[in-house]
Design a protein around this ligand. Structure first.
Ligand code: COA
Length: 376
């Protein structure tokens, strides 16, 4: 009889929407909106009653964030200066919800890569920044679509949802309550982004990821040992979204910008970098590991500058793309999915015994670290 259960990552999956918006396309649409707004409100601007809107720029976006394009589920309405928000036909209750649909695609890929049959999975966690409805849980719909006999629930810790999901899944495995758990992160962030806000209109993109966490006893021969998981939260209003069931005003309505994503980007940058770097260093120390020996960092993908600084503090030198790969340039910030995309797309070349770190951080504040070691 096996007495201890050891959680590992068996495989990951990724769904990337076909449509992509370049900075050039995004800025052209935004600046058209600004021109129309300023000419419609010319008198009030002239009288000093309201401020003219300022145009955005491709150069600023690339320099400030490292983002060059982002994938979206609905390109046309986002770029239409009269709409500037994603739109899709409402689906009936008999149809798969849009979040479940993309989550299922990512989950199927993870299952396939692990050679796992859905009927052998025990639980589904839908871990994402936004859920498209209150209930039934997205996770249960995903569970049903995959044909999983077990349980599922949703969890939201903003950009850290996926790493919090991994620790939760790992804890179920450690406790012997599950042998195989899917952590699915469908992030349709285009829905919470204010595409009319110059400070943030370029930040987010849509995607879905899946991570299959399993007991080592049933995992495929090639997998990732989970050496440790560590979570941290510290309350902050610097990234906030007030949308919720206690307010009914549509976020598109004027004066309701706080019902979409808002942030004090500079403060976030300053406060989160040291918090996360220290958390990684402390956890490495607990593992009696020199953080400089980490072969690769798969960091949260919010801002290239933040990642540069965190990697430098952790590794003790400026990290190159091989040590700290970025997917920001093509995906933008995909909230909790970012570090998982980075991991999914950049781990094949690592060798047996190589160690790495999946790390996310964001609203809450929240941060999660998952130290892993390749078994190949
Ligand atoms: N185009 C052109 N100029 C712009 C602009 C745009 N789209 N957006 C802002 N600016 C201007 C500002 O008005 C400001 O002008 P000023 O200096 O005359 O006041 C200047 O550029 C600098 O703006 P600021 O917002 O301070 O930029 P920044 O260098 O801090 O970069 C972020 C902005 C958001 C990219 C950056 O702060 C960041 O990524 N922070 C962390 C965000 C994060 O991780 N969030 C987590 C979300 S999950």
């Amino acid at each position: 009889m096996q007495l201890t259960h050891r959680p590992v990552i068996s495989a990951t999956g990724l769904f990337t929407p076909e449509a992509s918006i370049s900075n050039e396309e995004l800025v052209a649409s935004f600046n058209e909106y600004v021109e129309r707004y300023n000419s419609q409100h010319a008198d009030a601007i002239e009288a000093g009653d309201i401020d003219a809107l300022q145009p955005s720029s491709v150069e600023f976006i690339e320099k400030a964030s490292g983002i060059k394009s982002r994938h979206v589920m609905a390109k046309e309405p986002v770029l239409d200066p009269e709409i500037m928000s994603p739109r899709w036909d409402e689906r009936s209750n008999d149809q798969l919800s849009i979040m479940a649909e993309i989550g299922v695609i990512a989950a199927r890929q993870a299952l396939e890569r692990a050679g796992r049959d859905a009927k052998d999975v025990d639980a589904v966690l839908c871990a994402a920044s936004n859920m498209q409805r209150a209930y039934p849980a997205m996770a249960i719909e995903i569970q049903q679509a995959l044909g999983i006999d077990g349980f599922g629930f949703d969890m939201n810790v903003a950009c850290s949802s996926a790493t919090f999901g991994i620790q939760t899944a790992a804890d179920y495995v450690r406790a012997g309550n599950a042998k195989s758990v899917l952590v699915v992160s469908p992030e349709i962030t285009s829905g919470h982004l204010n595409w009319r806000d110059r400070d943030s209109h370029f930040i987010f993109g849509d995607v879905a990821t899946a991570v299959l966490v399993e007991d080592a006893a049933i995992a495929p021969a090639q997998h990732w040992d989970i050496l440790s998981t560590k979570l941290k939260t510290v309350f902050s209003n610097n990234i906030r979204n007030n949308f919720g069931f206690l307010n009914r005003a549509h976020p598109d309505t004027a004066g309701n910008a706080d019902k979409l994503f808002v942030q004090e980007g500079r403060k976030v940058f300053k406060e989160v970098v040291p918090m996360v770097a220290q958390m990684i260093i402390d956890e490495a120390e607990k593992l009696q590991m020199d953080p400089a020996t980490l072969r690769r960092l798969w960091l949260h993908q919010a801002n290239a500058g933040m990642n540069r600084l965190i990697a430098q503090r952790v590794l003790g030198h400026e990290a190159d793309d091989d040590e700290s790969p970025t997917v920001l340039d093509t995906y933008g910030n995909t909230s909790s999915a970012g570090s998982i995309i980075a991991f999914h797309s950049n781990n094949d070349d690592l060798k047996d015994g190589d160690t790495g770190l999946i790390c996310s951080f964001g609203a809450g504040y929240s941060a999660g670290t998952v130290f892993v070691r390749k078994v190949a």
